[in-house]
Design a protein around this ligand. Sequence first.
Ligand SMILES: Nc1nc2c(c(=O)[nH]1)N[C@H]1C(S)=C(S)[C@@H](COP(=O)(O)O)O[C@H]1N2
Ligand SMILES: [Mo]
Length: 546
Amino acid sequence: MKILSRGIRLPLAALSGLLAGFAALAVAELVSAAVRPESGPVIAVGGASIDRTPPALKDWAIRHFGTNDKLVLQLGILAVLALLALVLGVLALRFRRAGAAGVLLFGVVGALAATGRPDSTSAADALPSVVGAVAGAGLLYLLVGRLTARRGSSTGAVGKGVEGPVGGEGAVGEEDEERDGSPGWDRRGFVIAAGAAAVVSSGAGLLGRSLNDSRGQGAVASRAKLTLPKPASPARPIPSGAILHTPGISPFVTPNADFYRVDTALVIPKVDATSWRMKIHGKGVGRPLTLTYQDLLNRRLIERDITLTCVSNEVGGPYVGNARWIGVPLAELLKEAGVRPPSRGGPADQLVARSVDGMTIGSPVEDVMDGRDAMLALGMNGEPLPFVHGFPVRMVVPGLYGYVSACKWLQDLELTTFDAYDSYWVKRSWSRKAPIKTESRIDTPKPFARPKPGTVMIAGAAWAQHRGIDRVEVRVDEGSWMPADLAAEDSSDTWRQWSLPWRATSGTHTLTVRATDRTGQVQTEQRTQTIPDGASGWHSVVVTVD
Ligand SMILES: Nc1nc2c(c(=O)[nH]1)N[C@H]1C(S)=C(S)[C@@H](COP(=O)(O)O)O[C@H]1N2
Ligand SMILES: [Mo]
């Protein structure tokens, strides 16, 4: 009996820690529903760690977990929290106040993370973490109190456990046991308190979850009700020769469901289009504008095929996609606001786009106004922007990597200078300016494929947005460069597919591709990292023919 009582208290203390942690997160979830869903501790700590992740680690995470990087991050945070909760529970068995204080400390960390995020505008963001931690700390104190209560002491003995390192409660319990032979803890009180805590926490957590989810309902409804008008300037039909059907090649138009996603948002912003507003203001803006979604719908809409690329895309990587966008020409709006590009004497050389989630993305005003199809995009491949791709409004600028051009969940446009302001990724050591580098990729055969000898189709895509692709060449091993068959060009802002039938002979071979853009620039062999302004180098695939 004695052994049982001592042996069981430790795991029960650990369980108390877990329950306290669970209660803290559940209460925080409920409180976050009253503040903002993004203010919850796990999201806040996750966001804060994304903000502070060194660029190399961020790229590593994207490479290894892809778009699951955020899920991995949150699971990681939960695992660490669970471990710490177990430890605090055990600690509380001996040092009851210290254990509870430990839970409060995590509340402070969560509160600091939440209020320190770029999208935090109110101290209220600290509330979920603080209230959750107080609930968790109180629960741990209460539960451990049951574990250290003397048998037969009244249920009012909540505060009766021995505090601090005074000989240890175990000793007290043992003395107890020696006196009446019964375990030195309030089994019934513990079971009731723990059970009640689990039930109440689950209820609070589920209620918070559903309140947070229902917050986005207005946004979901506003999107469901939308049909985008026919654009005044439709896209040219894709030339029939632009689309290759080689098995294994990535489709010329990337379906929305397969389109890569790169952003820092742990909670996908749900913005209601009917209440959406955006300001254009700042340096040299003679007539600041405030626009509603309806204002944008009422304007001249253009439809264009544009290939987006992420600066974090490795040579041969997947973070590039091509879509048909519908939007409002950005240069027209800027002109209406009185903006002049630097080449016409305008004082602002940087256009900073801000999103509802606090992202800032700075593009050169000169590029945005040089006649290219920079737009405030509303539609993507025949539907309003999907939420993950920036509903209701995002920017798209042909020729620039996404982090300097493609702000999703757009909320504000400010004219400023590159000297005066560094945007989110620039603060994190990425380049101020980042035109997309001329690149090409082998889609098929896949690395380490084992094709049969005979004719093997090598095929893929090449891109040099806004310059256009002029030539693609393929080399087998150290052989001479062979010109690939280029598919027709859709526009200079889209990628171009290519293919080459290869008479494959037995053995292991390295296939390499390189592109030349319309300025005559041959894709450089020089390998660079993605940081600071995009990866370069030739893509190679090793196959074994047998
Ligand atoms: N609000 C917001 N917009 C953003 C980002 C972000 O993290 N937050 N990431 C940018 C980056 S780095 C890229 S490559 C593109 C990716 O757009 P997609 O996810 O629609 O493919 O969005 C850009 N816009
Ligand atoms: Mo990106």
